[in-house]
Design a protein around this ligand. Structure first.
Ligand code: 5GP
Length: 199
């Protein structure tokens, strides 16, 4: 018996390795839907419209807000980001599990609307490792790096409301943690109670 799908919301600070992790999870799972967010940020090299994001200008994004098209949206680092509601509802009703990659404010808005959502926070093994990663990969100014670290600190504070924390860094480890979470969530009594009714 296939019930409704489950919603998994993944957040993590810039430099946490969340994008690499999600790409790995995407490869491993096959009955899942990875939500494509809308954003007003400009595409980075290699990013494709409709694959990485739905790239919109501000007027288009604001029209989507006015039409009530978002499950949640927020402004982050000067750009809008939002989760289109329709594909989420449709895929959940079809029994598909869904992954969302959203920052913490959006994740907590989803938790309010859909308390059954599973919230996962991805972090490196230590905060100094995060700082190290930001410095290593970044061509940005010291000021920008400090801003990112400050944002990360406030994200860590809000993460106490999450259900799970996965540790990124070693290839494969965080991915198998996520797959374990998905498996455990699907074995919960509430998901499998129908098996007891047969007795
Ligand atoms: P980036 O610009 O690096 O792709 O994403 C910046 C941040 O926006 C990341 O923390 C990412 O999780 C978050 N984000 C991406 N899509 C959404 C969305 O639909 N809603 C919210 N609230 N955050 C999002």
């Amino acid at each position: 018996m296939r019930g409704r799908g489950k919603l998994f919301v993944i957040s993590g600070p810039s430099g946490s390795g969340k994008s690499t992790l999600l790409a790995e999870v995407f490869e491993k799972l096959d009955n899942e839907y990875f939500s494509v967010s809308a954003t007003t940020r400009k595409p980075r090299p290699g990013e494709k419209n409709g694959v990485n994001y739905l790239f919109k200008n501000r007027e288009e994004f604001e029209a989507m807000i006015d039409n009530g098209e978002f499950l949640e949206y927020t402004e982050y680092a000067g750009n809008y980001y939002g989760t289109p509601a329709e594909p989420i509802i449709r895929h959940l009703n079809e029994g598909k599990d869904i992954f969302l990659d959203v920052e913490v404010i959006g994740a907590l808005k989803i938790r309010e609307k859909m308390p059954e959502a599973v919230l996962i926070f991805a972090v490196p093994p230590t905060f100094s490792e995060l700082e190290h990663r930001l410095r290593k990969r970044s061509t940005e100014s010291e000021q920008k790096i400090r801003e990112r670290l400050e944002t990360a600190r406030s994200e860590y504070k809000k993460a106490s409301e999450y259900d799970y924390i996965v540790i990124t860094g070693k290839p494969g480890t965080a991915c198998s943690e996520i797959i374990s979470i998905v498996t455990a969530e699907k074995c919960k009594l509430i998901e499998r109670e129908y098996l007891l009714r047969e007795a």
